[in-house]
Write a protein of this length. Structure first.
Length: 130
């Protein structure tokens, strides 16, 4: 199921709209189950650094913004030069290599059943890499 979300700009311009995917309830439940299975080995092996906010328990976009603001204001208080570059990584997961991701999940020590399940989900119903 897909809806359309408006970007900023004139409502009449069709280029200002993008599709929004809605996740079904069973997908959300499975996502939470898999997240629970993946989280333990990832935390134990300290795969993610302390600066990781996405997909990290107790952290969010807001905590990321607060950490960024705190760092920048600290440097300004020290009278250091500060430059900021914003990047739009909204399509990052559209371009990630599934083979590399699967390899990294195996290196994290996930059990083979979970890795194969994730690989199957990433490859989709037709067996092709998305």
């Amino acid at each position: 199921m897909s809806l359309w979300s408006s970007k900023k700009g004139k409502k009449e311009d069709s280029g200002n709209y993008r599709p929004v995917s809605l996740t079904s309830i069973p997908e959300k439940v499975m996502e939470q189950i898999i997240l629970g299975v993946i989280s333990k080995p990832v935390e134990e092996k300290k795969v993610m650094g302390s600066g990781q906010h996405g997909f990290t328990k107790g952290k969010s976009c807001l905590t990321n913004l607060i950490a960024f603001y705190d760092g920048m204001t600290g440097w300004v208080d020290e009278e250091r030069a500060v430059d900021v570059v914003y990047l739009d990584l909204s399509k990052a997961f559209d371009t990630i290599s599934h083979n590399i991701l699967i390899s990294k999940l195996r290196k994290c020590g996930l059990d083979e059943w979970t890795v194969r399940w994730i690989e199957s989900w990433l490859n989709g119903p037709d067996g092709c890499d998305k």
